[in-house]
Design a binder for this molecule. Structure first.
Ligand code: FES
Length: 119
């Protein structure tokens, strides 16, 4: 329910597949190994799921708002796109000009060893 896609024709037939939530990650499974360390992240269903340096789980779309490259990762306690170095804080706020359109952030919650990421 967000008006993010103002489809301005630029993406045409090759529009980016979207991130799909809700999704769950079993934190005790091998897929979540990198989430055991603060600062680690994994990518699942086009969602970057990270454990920040405070030990809290955060999640955002892997699709950058700059030119829609699927290059967003978690780095230095921020979301970062390696294509042109867009930077976003953990609330999705752009931290430089390439990141000025912000980043879609998802909600995380934990029940037992299951991390749920939702819109
Ligand atoms: S596409 Fe991400 S910074 Fe340009």
């Amino acid at each position: 329910m967000d008006p993010t896609t103002a489809e301005d024709s630029s993406s045409g037939a090759n529009s980016p597949s979207s991130s799909s939530v809700p999704l769950t990650v079993d934190l005790s499974a091998s897929e979540a190994g990198k989430l055991q360390n603060n600062g680690g992240y994994i990518i699942k269903n086009n969602v970057v799921i990270a454990k920040n340096l405070e030990g809290k789980y955060v999640a955002a779309t892997v699709i950058c708002s700059h030119e829609f490259k699927k290059k967003v990762v978690f780095k230095n306690n921020e979301f970062f796109c390696g294509e042109h170095d867009a930077r976003f804080d953990q609330n999705g706020k752009g931290l430089n000009s390439k990141g000025s359109k912000g980043l879609k952030i998802y909600t995380t919650s934990i029940s037992g060893s299951i991390l749920t990421v939702s819109a």
